[in-house]
Design a protein around this ligand. Sequence first.
Ligand SMILES: Nc1nc2c(ncn2[C@@H]2O[C@H](COP(=O)(O)OP(=O)(O)O)[C@@H](O)[C@H]2O)c(=O)[nH]1
Ligand SMILES: [Mg+2]
Length: 233
Amino acid sequence: MKRTDFHPLADANRKVLHDAGVFTVHVVGPSGSGKSMLIEAALKRLPQFHTAVIYNTPSPSCVDAPSPASPSERHIPIVGASIHAGDVRDVLPKLDFATLDLLIIESTTSTASPASEDLGEDLRLGVLSVVAGDDKARQHTQLVSTCDALVLTKTDLLPHVRFDLERFRADVRRLNPEAELLYVSSLREKEVDRWVDWLGKTAEKAWTSRTCWTTCQGGCADDAPSPPEMFVG
Ligand SMILES: Nc1nc2c(ncn2[C@@H]2O[C@H](COP(=O)(O)OP(=O)(O)O)[C@@H](O)[C@H]2O)c(=O)[nH]1
Ligand SMILES: [Mg+2]
């Protein structure tokens, strides 16, 4: 990660999670951008990973959560408009680290809370949808500039909305030249497969490099090529 917004509480979370061998993904974007559907696909298609999900919900009765494909005790709601590093610290004791590989934190950005705070994740995945318009990258500058990868969702709707893909792509590249850009329709099997495959490989690569770091103290070369953009299929 090349971010500069590291937070002491988030660093403490990261250490707890690393010590437990957990890979943590922070999925962040506006409400309705398709975060839960991306997460649901990962839960269903990566059964080999023991996964827990932390998500924010405006009220205890609101069920704006990914469908639990894993036991419901692995779905932890945090009531509030957004999630902060202290919230994650407070719920970490609820997780059974002995049986956990992957932690996904779904958090919502809003105009009231536009920041994408460091929560202690390994990977920050920004999510924007084509329905919201091709100007959204330049409106969510902090989200775009701090993410490791950005998913543009609902690509099946491209023929029906005014969305200049090149304009969006240029904005993303200007704000964050290194972020990986993924184009996904959660309604298209092939694109969902590619997204889940990418997530699984990214987690596995992180676990391998952690093992490598432990055994060779970082002396080995990171010669993995940058992954390509994944274009609309
Ligand atoms: N057409 C289309 N609809 C989608 C897609 N992904 C999500 N949706 C719909 O968009 C709405 C919001 O999705 P959700 O995953 O709950 O968004 P979240 O609020 O970001 O978690 C739901 O009605 C989904 O069915 C997609 O790729 N294509
Ligand atoms: Mg959701």
